[in-house]
Each structure stands twice: as C-alpha cells, then as structure tokens.
Design a protein around this ligand. Structure first.
Ligand code: IMP
Length: 195
C-alpha cells in the first residue's frame, strides 16, 4: 500500500517506516516532486495536521499522512503548543526557544507538560481520521543531555529519571508522543486493511 508522507524530515520518515513496516510504501514529499512549503495557518495542532494532509491529498489524490507536534506546558496556558518550532522567533532556534520557556516559567509552580502529536490520515477516497499521541512529563529548570532535538533537554517524562535528551533514540521512540500516535494509526490500518 502506497502512502504519501507530508514531510521530508528524515527522522520522521525513518520512524514512520520503522513502525509501519515493509507492507507500506512510504513516499516523501521530495519523492513526490513536491518542493513547496506546506501551509500551516491553524491555531491548533489538529488544524495544522489536517491542513497539511488536505493540501497533499488535493494535489496528488493519493492516501497520505501528515503530522504536527508540539509541547504544551500547563503553567504557560498550554504554550508553546502550535508555536513550538518558532516560539522565540522566526530563526527557529531550539536554544532560544528553551531559554524563553525557562524564563517564562520562573516563579510558576506548575511545570507539568505534555508533548503531543496529531497524525492526520486521508485515505484514497478523501476520508480523514486523526490519531493523537501524548507523553506526560515535567519541565526541568535547566537543560540535561545532548541527544534528540527541540525541547528534549528540558523534558523529563513522567516515571523516568532521564530527560528525552539523555535517552538514546530507541528509548525515546518507545515512549514518544509521535510513536504513540503512529501505533494507533498502524492499528487502525491493520484492522481496516488487514496489513
Ligand atoms: P513538528 O510538528 O514535529 O515539526 O514539531 C514542531 C516543533 O515542536 C519542533 O520544532 C520542536 O520544537 C517541538 N517538538 C516536537 N516534537 C518534539 C520532540 O520529540 N522533542 C522535542 N521537541 C519537539
């Protein structure tokens, strides 16, 4: 089964290929010949994920998936959320984003947070369905670890003693928001298509 993936991000492509297995032929945007930036004009992860998938489906009329992820911090009113990638500005710099979050959290007691991924699947008939994966945790007061990306060094997942940035990739992938959403998506496809 062929599925077009609305990203060229190598980590995401690898993780998705890994979870879905060999029965699925995953095509990246590059492999589809799609060069343009995908629209992301929504105010929620759900809206942006749907917008990207819809854009690809309208263009190619192929089954496709898109994902949108972000960090929601309770003490900051669920921010940075949909603005996670560019929270501190258009330079999209992870250290700047982390420093802004840590400054905003000064004096705030509730440092609980979730990483959330919303995957939108649109089948070849144009019918869409969303899958949400969440991992709960807390925001530390300083960075720990050098692995991963984005907010990983300040995110301590609940029940663990290491931040995402102190975990090796396999360890993080086994509990991550993205893998949880992907597993739900894979389960849905398996039930539907029997693959
Ligand atoms: P995307 O929608 O997966 O590209 O994620 C948007 C932004 O959310 C990223 O640029 C990161 O700042 C943040 N983010 C999403 N997933 C993770 C993660 O697993 N670790 C750290 N930061 C993440």
């Amino acid at each position: 089964m062929k599925i077009c993936l609305a990203t060229n991000n190598k980590h995401k492509v690898d993780e998705i290929r890994n979870v879905l297995g060999k029965n699925y032929e995953i095509l990246t945007l590059k492999e589809m010949g799609c060069e343009e930036e995908l629209p992301e004009t929504g105010n929620t992860l759900e809206a942006n994920s749907l917008e990207k998938a819809q854009y690809i489906f309208n263009k190619y009329r192929l089954a496709c998936i898109a994902d949108d992820s972000g960090l929601e911090i309770m003490g900051l009113g669920l921010k940075p959320g949909v603005d996670s990638a560019h929270y501190a500005g258009p330079q999209r710099n992870a250290d700047d984003n982390i420093n802004l979050v840590l400054n905003q959290l000064k004096g705030i007691n509730d440092r609980s947070a979730v990483f959330k991924t919303v995957i939108t699947y649109i089948d070849s008939y144009g019918v869409s369905k969303q899958f949400v994966g969440i991992v709960e945790g807390n925001i530390l007061e300083e960075k720990l670890g050098n692995n991963g990306f984005g907010y990983d060094p300040i995110f301590l997942p609940s029940g663990f003693t290491k931040t995402f940035a102190e975990m090796v990739q396999e360890e993080k992938n086994s509990i991550s928001h993205r893998s949880r959403a992907l597993v739900l998506f894979h389960q849905f496809l398996s039930d539907k298509v029997g693959m």
